[in-house]
Write a protein that binds this ligand. Structure first.
Ligand code: CP
Length: 290
């Protein structure tokens, strides 16, 4: 299949090439396409991924078609495959898809048009991982040897699962922290306060209530006290360590309101970098480089 569905199987050299190209685009390099059309097919809510993909398309001169699942023929029972096959038949040059089903793209193997994964269930979110890596690379200029703590609702997070796999391959030391009920063993566990004092990257996750089968065992106030990045914890971070979060953020839950935009926070820079990473990925796929 063409496009970008997961980072598994993508070499570390190719990942570095995407980041380097995104940095060139951020530095002012221009790339323009004529007479191309792409659509964003989001079957789950999104602000950053959907609209930064659309911004990336506009920056590349690509015409953008928005899709409203609730006003589409999905409501008449049309399958994902037939929806995507329809857009292919309309002559589109690519689609971005977000869907609640893990690896939904396995149903789309007959589609020849490029597909860009905007998130599948709790499995993959490749452009989020790439923008996270770009943000870390901009900060440190390398990956190997950096110590990263991913903190929070690990078991429901496609961002955590994708990042752990690729960060390990890039030579980073990745740990998880947070409530035991969300520890799925996908990386070694670290005590939260130990992580705060020793890690170069503190990556917080939202508690993903919409994916929970069972109610969280504690209140959000208790979560904040036990596992949130409070001002006190932020003051214990290493001098050059940075705070990241894929967002949306829940201020006062996983991160204190006053910490969300503190000098160590790179949360809004991650969003900016998302546009350039998505421009790089779209461009490399359209040019046959990915
Ligand atoms: N980080 C992220 O995927 O945000 P959205 O759900 O708003 O796209």
């Amino acid at each position: 299949m063409r496009g970008l569905l997961t980072l598994k199987g993508l070499s570390t050299e190719k990942i570095q090439q995407i980041i380097n190209y995104a940095l060139e685009l951020k530095g002012g390099a221009k790339k323009t396409y004529e007479n191309k059309k792409m659509a964003t097919l989001f079957f789950e809510n999104s602000t950053r991924t959907q609209y930064s993909f659309q911004t990336a398309m506009i920056n590349l001169g690509i015409n953008v078609i928005s899709f409203n699942a609730s006003a589409s023929s999905v409501n008449k029972g049309e399958t994902l495959y037939d929806t995507v096959r329809t857009f292919e038949s309309l002559g589109l040059d690519g689609v971005v898809i977000r869907h609640s089903k893990d690896e939904y793209f396995k149903e789309l193997e007959n589609i020849k048009m490029p597909i860009f994964n905007g998130g599948d269930g709790a499995a993959n979110h490749p452009t989020q991982c790439l923008l996270d890596l770009m943000t870390i690379y901009e900060e440190y200029g390398h990956f190997a040897g950096l110590k990263v703590a991913i903190i929070g609702d690990i078991s429901h997070s496609r961002v955590a699962h994708g990042n752990i796999e690729v960060m390990n391959r890039l030579g980073m030391e990745v740990y998880i922290a947070g409530p035991e009920e969300y520890n799925d063993g996908s990386a070694p566990h670290i005590d939260l306060d130990e992580a705060i004092k020793t890690c170069d990257v503190i990556m917080l996750l939202r508690v993903q209530f919409e994916r929970h089968q069972e109610k969280m065992s504690m209140s959000v106030e208790e979560y904040h006290q036990k596992f949130g990045l409070t001002e006190e914890r932020m003051n214990n971070m290493k001098e050059k360590a940075i705070i990241m979060h894929p967002a949306p953020i829940n201020r006062g839950v996983e991160i204190a309101d006053s910490v969300a935009e503190c000098p160590k926070s790179r949360i809004y820079k991650q969003m900016t970098n998302g546009v350039y990473v998505r421009m790089a990925v779209i461009s490399m796929v359209l040019d046959g480089d990915l």
